[in-house]
Write a protein that binds this ligand. Structure first.
Ligand SMILES: O=C(O)CCC(=O)C(=O)O
Ligand SMILES: [Fe+2]
Length: 218
């Protein structure tokens, strides 16, 4: 049922993942600065609805690493999914089949919920190698390689994801997947991955994210 997953399942080096994503139905955002892919209708609406229920059951205020002191930087709520949950396992299987990224290198799936006015201001998903929190977050599994994020619904207004360095705004749509490489071609961290989960203006927004690491996760 699921396609074979190559050994480059950590996403590092990225060539096999990029090749795997270069198929009909997946759009590559044209940019020399950043490897960013969009796949619409990746998850069916019923699976998205189930994931929203799971997130709502466990959500808590979101946190941030290397805080810059701005308490309004990330105002959303976060809900971790159990890696033993059959729904999470099914989503991970689908992500691996599409991307070649292997969930054994990934953090457990994590949901986010944004109410009106909530956002996650401009940030990169990798951890700053010189940051105070680096050892704590990356000592075992290494830094993040790829980010795979799926919108679980479509808020009535707002909630887009903006990649400022490449002037790209992605609108939330139920089931739409975004995948990007947090590195440059030479393996260094790519600051052009800077992105902003913009304020929801009406309704509520849910996403689910899988972050992949250099080494096995736990
Ligand atoms: O909600 C979004 O659009 C972006 C979320 C995000 O960047 C994150 O959780 O790291
Ligand atoms: Fe992010």
């Amino acid at each position: 049922m699921s396609d074979p997953v190559p050994s480059s399942g950590s996403g590092l080096p990225p060539e096999a993942i990029i090749a795997r994503l270069s198929v009909p139905g997946v759009q590559r955002v044209p940019s020399p600065k950043l490897d960013l892919f969009v796949r619409r209708d990746f998850l069916p609406p019923d699976l998205c609805a189930t994931l929203i229920e799971r997130i709502d059951a466990v959500r808590r205020p979101s946190t941030i690493s290397d805080s810059n002191g701005d308490a309004n930087y990330r105002t959303s709520e976060t809900g971790d999914l159990s890696p033993l949950d059959p729904v999470a396992i099914e989503v991970e299987r689908r992500i691996a089949a599409l991307t070649g990224l292997d969930s054994v290198y990934g953090e457990p799936l994590q949901g986010q919920r944004y109410a009106v006015g909530q956002e996650f201001k401009g940030h990169t998903d990798y951890f700053e190698p010189n940051g105070v929190d680096y050892q704590r977050y990356c000592g075992v599994a290494g830094n993040r390689t790829w980010t795979v994020m799926i919108y679980l619904n479509q808020p009535e207004a707002g909630g887009a994801t903006r990649f400022k360095a490449i002037d790209k705004i992605v609108q939330p749509e139920t089931g739409k997947l975004l995948a990007w490489n947090n590195r440059r071609a030479d393996g260094s961290m790519n600051p052009a991955t800077l992105h902003h989960g913009m304020k929801v203006r009406a309704g509520v927004k849910y996403v689910i994210t899988k972050w992949f690491r250099e080494k096995l996760w736990g």
